[in-house]
Design a protein around this ligand. Sequence first.
Ligand SMILES: [Zn+2]
Length: 308
Amino acid sequence: MPTLLLHHPKFLEHETPHGHPERPDRLRAIDRILEHERFQSLERDLATSANDEQIARVHPTSYIQHIRASAPEDGLARIDADTAMSPGTLDAALLGAGAACTAVDEVMTGKVSNAFCAIRPPGHHAEKSTAMGFCFFNNAGIAARQAQAAHGAERVAIVDFDVHHGNGTQDIFWDDPSVFYGSTHQMPLYPGTGALTETGAGNIYNAPLSAGADGEVFKEAARTRILQPLKDFRPDLVIISAGFDAHVRDPLAELRLTEADFSWITYHLMEIADQCCHGRVVSVLEGGYDLEGLARSAAAHVMALMDA
Ligand SMILES: [Zn+2]
């Protein structure tokens, strides 16, 4: 069965202030590298928008209304110091959440073996009622609820290797033992959460890493603090918050991962998914701000997924 790639040209219409790292060129770089013939066997599909019912499983209706009402007709509307909406942002955010839900539908029904959502804006900093850190809707969280509500999944895991801690995902599932959240991230770094002691209902697994940590340190932390508890959790679906800003070239952080490390973690997550849930993996793009590091890392990640 193929790997599904969900994309949409409207993701490029979410504009950010001049010089902002979370820019349309990020997806252009990924689109370009995935044009290579070694990705020919990907099943490519256009994203469709999430509906309010799907989003409301994670975000209160009042918050969805607030985001809708904040969308500008022209120019940029500031949501916080580093998060802004352009006229194309709302559609892109709805399509991103929708892509994550479609990926879950296709993977849970066995139509594809796994899926990668090449989407923006990212999602893992979006808390239940707060847009922040370039994020509006928590795509991975919405995907987890889609698996539970529409497909009867009992236990869903979200593994987040973005260099920043996914405070939003942790916030959403803090007291919900049916969802496992495991994160490797640099600490201290934005947003400041993600300490080892933050364990929620015993379902939160944080593996903070110091600036300068390389692939070996990352692998050891991932193995002991994330992968082992993930196996014990026995997920019905593994969702990946796939940020590639832990790459050595990334300008926003100081970890020293390479493409091979992203390939490594992807294979290990696929192996656990094979053991627990017929290989069901849904990956959603989060951060990654060096265009070359991002494109090469995303390519390594997708190559691994295609090897299912
Ligand atoms: Zn990040």
